[in-house]
Design a protein around this ligand. Sequence first.
Ligand code: ZN
Length: 674
Amino acid sequence: MISSLVACGGYKQKGNATPSVEDFNYSVDKFADVEILRYRVPDFEKLSLKQKEMIYYLSQAAIEGRDILYDQNNKHNLSIRRTLEAVYENYKGDRNAEPFQQLTTYLKRVWMANGIHHHYSEDKFTPAFSAAYFAETVKSIDPAKLPVQQGETADQLIARISPVIFDPTVYPKRTNQADGVDLILTSANNYYEGVTQKEAEDFYAKMKNPNDSTPISYGLNSKLMKVNGKIVEKTYKVGGMYTEALSRVVGWLEKAAAVAENDQQRDIINTLISFNRTGDLKTFDEYCIKWVQDLTSQVDFVNGFTENYADPLGLKASWESIVNFKNVEATKRTEIISSNAQWFEDNSPVDKNFKKEKVKGVSAKVITVAMLGGDCYPPTPIGINLPNANWIRAEYGSKSVTIENITEAYDQVAMGNGFNEEFMWSDEERNRAKEYASLTNNLHTDLHECLGHGSGKLLPGTDPNSLKAYDSTIEEARADLFGLYYMGDPKLVELGLLPSNEAFKAEYYQFLMNGMMTQLTRIKPGKNIEEAHMRNRQLIANWVYENGKADKVVEFRVRDGKTFVVVNDYNKVRTLFGKLLAEIQRIKSTGDFNGGRDLVEKYAVKVNPDLHKEVLARYEKLNLAPYKGFVNPVYTLVTDKKGKIKDVTVSYTENFVDQNLRYSREYSKLPNYN
Ligand code: ZN
């Protein structure tokens, strides 16, 4: 089969070649606070047939896990999504009427967030249409199209999911991080059921052996629940929880293993298959160790239960996937960084007891993403550093990537949107941003991922989970500060990574402006900051502001009633970054929970309501969407008459609605409840 080469996205695709930046239409859709973008996959056509085939199979495996994340985010998400999709596809009433448009927007928001809670604020969305309208549309369609449970009527389905959608007191928050309450009982996600925070903490504390220097990631791939008064783990595996999706993931992984680039990669995929079959966390560690050591294969991937941001206890991992291949040209930049990793570690401002004597295997590369899935879709990270287990990182190092084709899409849509004109103090900052920001953003991500997360060490006997709910914020701050501190080091110019000693100022200004002010565009009025990366950025920026106040290192200045961030002394900013890095590393290395909590609660969480109001008003006038999500390209196998695979083509024409409906049609095998 050959995919159509006719484009409908506002550009013409010429044969198999990747469309140029100028010809590419990055923006796909816009609704609520979201803009959906496309990304290019440059040089896909230059890969070997085997590599393309491998990307095809891994891409299928990436989409198969989509439903798992919906269910992890809230146990009613699949029922709700399926009901909304059934209405969207089958409703015969007035589709131009306002409430139907509102229902469509709500469905798009559910797709964007993989559930009913905002992907960033984690608050439940408020639908603009009424419960009565919802009931009316659901009842108007053929009940056979609805996700009813056995013997259930449409009315019963409505009664089951309506309160979850409409009642603001039901599941208000996906992951609760507020200090002083039971974080499990107050979180809407589906990692625990019927257990309190205390019960969960005791359950896992009992499993841990403090003398084990190579502990498994306890609780990573399971739901903890009470069955007949007894607390048990329900494990995600083939034959266990999520078997309908995981068995299909395994099926595609088997095909991928058959076209692996080399034996090492085949072995990695087979170990992952074995983990999916057994759910054995020792096998997971084996897989991570093999995966982190594969530096030669051009095609690479993440597929499985990976990041623990969504669990307030930081144990359980959400399902995600990224399929990618190395961007050979841009990787030269990160190779310079990683080959100097020991120099960076030795010269950091951190106490020498908390430094690594020998930095192991910090491997860094720039990648081109070919497919996003699970917790990386539609909103996606721009850098990744894995694996997460501390002892594996210490012993085998970590693999760090910067995703350049995603940042390309961000940069392209940000050009000329008026944001810098509104919020930057003067042309000096704007010109620096124009000249250097693309480069310094990527470089900061490189430093954050390949040096920051990999730097430092825990003192012997420190429990890696001791910072609990504050760990994500502290860890991100540590990585950001490591990068920021070195951005201003003349060493980077010497290494050829920055063109001049001016360039770092572009990053410093943007970072402080964002952390002190403009990231508030992502927060609803009256709310505090919840998300770990945002908390980390405000923590750093506000700490530098407060601690440099006496010298006016950084100031707020008001002009024509508008507030601006002004940086008076960039070198002093750098010194302050270094001081905070030393303190944050101390907190991490010694497991100082109180120290971490104090920093986060003092600088990272609370928002200045007046400034917040002003920023939102100025931002609203620009008519921009604060959040971006992505659609994936579509890959098609091209076969000859005998069914032999001849090529894999990529097309960029699918829109957000069609893509999500197709994924729900073809890759949705989980029951409504799991
Ligand atoms: Zn990070």
